[in-house]
Each structure stands twice: as structure tokens, then as C-alpha cells.
Ligand binder design. Structure first.
Ligand code: AMP
Length: 275
């Protein structure tokens, strides 16, 4: 695996490699969910590029940027073993020099759910994804369904701004008890960890109720009843898969989405309702 921490170096590296190039952007602290993205990229592409960059722009002032888990040596080993050809791991100054002043944002009508609870989050996410796409110029971008709103907004950005990239969304990889793998799971203490799978149980209960003909309010009530009393719910809703707008009547494809706090750790999850 080749390493690059500068834009010039990654561009020089990639100029010599065959296409199609698959790209897996991450913030590191890698788990099997990230590696599933790499596996999919390897299946489809001749070259796989990963990035590790804890993007300061997508963290709010009171969020966990400073304590976000970092494990660069272990991450590098895991990516190399998974067959990644090149790793781009820039420093913040490389991505955002002092003169940096341009951002990509979505209309405020899209500022729902994660966008509403984490103001500026998607502005940071879309800005870094746009930069990374311009730096790496991949043919296929691999994102996880776990961050479904991020994937929907990225698809919108790529269409609106004519990025020549295809997006593949990879299904969520879970622990045996259903908890979606996440770098933030390591913040959970034992009791919270035991309660955390109830978020998946809750979104699954909503889906099951909708599929058996329940009205939305009834289905959401079934979901809330499934959530552990240790959890503080931020939202639980049913949204259209393309627009991410809430829907009142089930019209697949759709997502049931949920976010909840377990102590100070905030987790998100979703399930897909196919057409
Ligand atoms: P992160 O490092 O959290 O920014 O995630 C990097 C990429 O991995 C994003 O596209 C995530 O959606 C994806 N990802 C994170 N967790 C999972 C998971 N459990 N299963 C599949 N993809 C995931």
C-alpha cells in the first residue's frame, strides 16, 4: 500500500494506476463496517484508495473532535491487509490552509434530522467530500448506509455539481446483537453498550409495524416502546429514500431513521424499506 499525505503526491500516485478507481473516505478508528466498504470497492474496481481524515469542519463546537478516537498505526495495517492500494491521510492544514474560504452547503430545506441537530455538520461533510473527490478523482465512491442522510445529500451534491463519480451505498455492518458498528461505540460503558442495540430494535419495530399495515403514528409508538429507557431519543421517523423528507404513508423505497443518546454518546441507525 502506498502512502500520501499531500495532494501532489496522491495525484502523482493515482496518475500511474489503472481505472476504475474506487474510493472509501473514512475518519479512521476503523472497524469491520469500514472494511466492508473496502471489500465492495475491491470487488468492483481495479484500484482502491482510502482516506483517513478526522474532518474538523463537520464537528460542532461542543462535539467530540478532540477526543474522537484515533488509531493511525492499526488503521494503516488493517487497510493494507484489506488490499487498499493507496492511503491518503492528510493533516488538517493540508485540507484547510489558513486562506481556506469556500464551502459546499445544502439548502436549508435539507437541514433536517442530523442537519437540524448538528448545525453546520453537512456543510462540513459535503465540503470535505467535494475536496476529496477533486483530489482523488475516483470512478466510484463507496459510502455506508449507516449514514443514510449523508449518502443522500452526497448523491444530491454530486448530481447538482456534476461530479463525474458513481455512488455505491453499502449496507450497514452490525455487531451480533444488531448494534450498527461505529467508531463511537467505544465510548459506551457496559450498561450503555447493553442498551444500545435497542436503537436498531426500535427502527426495525417501526418497519415491521408499517409493513404489517399500521399507520405511521402507531408504528412510531411501537418503535419508541422498543427503545431502552436508558436512551434519550433525538428523532424517529420514516423518510423517502431519495429526498429524505418525512412521509406520512408508506411509499417505498424509504428509510426508518433514528438517533438516540446513551449517556453522552449519540448513535444513529436506520433500516431500509425496499420498493
Ligand atoms: P466514518 O469513519 O464514521 O466517517 O465512516 C466512513 C464511512 O464508513 C462512511 O461512509 C460510513 O457510512 C461508513 N460506515 C460507518 N459505519 C459503518 C457500518 N457499520 N457499516 C457500513 N458502513 C459504515
Amino acid at each position: 500500500m502506498q502512502d500520501a499525505d499531500s495532494v501532489a503526491r496522491v495525484r502523482a500516485l493515482l496518475a500511474e494506476l489503472p481505472r476504475p478507481i474506487g474510493f472509501v473516505p473514512t475518519m479512521g478508528a476503523l472497524h469491520d463496517g469500514h472494511l466492508e466498504l473496502v471489500r465492495r470497492a475491491r470487488e468492483r474496481c481495479r484500484v482502491v484508495v482510502a482516506s483517513i481524515f478526522v474532518n474538523p469542519l463537520q464537528f460542532g463546537p461542543n462535539e467530540d473532535l478532540a477526543k474522537y478516537p484515533r488509531d493511525p498505526v492499526h488503521d494503516r495495517e488493517r487497510l493494507a491487509a484489506a488490499g487498499v492500494d493507496a492511503l491518503f491521510a492528510p493533516q488538517p492544514e493540508t485540507m484547510y490552509p489558513g486562506s481556506f474560504a469556500t464551502h459546499v452547503d445544502v439548502d436549508s430545506s435539507n437541514a433536517r434530522f442530523e442537519g437540524a441537530i448538528r448545525p453546520g455538520h453537512f456543510r462540513g461533510v459535503l465540503t470535505v467530500i467535494a475536496k476529496l473527490l477533486n483530489i482523488v478523482q475516483p470512478d466510484v465512491l463507496f459510502l455506508g448506509q449507516k449514514d443514510a442522510q449523508q449518502a443522500v445529500l452526497t448523491r444530491k451534491m454530486a448530481g447538482d455539481l456534476n461530479f463525474a463519480v458513481e455512488l455505491e451505498v453499502v449496507p450497514t455492518v452490525r455487531e451480533r446483537d444488531g448494534l450498527a458498528m461505529s467508531s463511537r461505540n467505544r465510548y459506551l460503558d457496559e450498561t450503555q453498550r447493553a442498551a444500545a442495540p435497542s436503537l436498531y430494535a426500535a427502527v426495525s419495530a417501526v418497519r415491521a409495524a408499517l409493513e404489517s399495515g399500521a399507520a405511521k403514528a402507531e408504528a412510531l409508538a411501537a418503535g419508541r416502546a422498543t427503545l431502552s429507557p436508558l436512551a434519550t431519543l433525538d428523532y424517529l421517523d420514516v423518510v423517502d429514500a431519495a429526498s429524505f423528507l418525512p412521509i406520512e404513508r408508506l411509499s417505498p423505497p424509504a428509510f426508518v431513521i433514528g438517533a438516540a443518546r446513551f449517556g453522552t454518546t449519540r448513535l444513529i441507525d436506520n433500516v431500509w424499506i425496499p420498493q
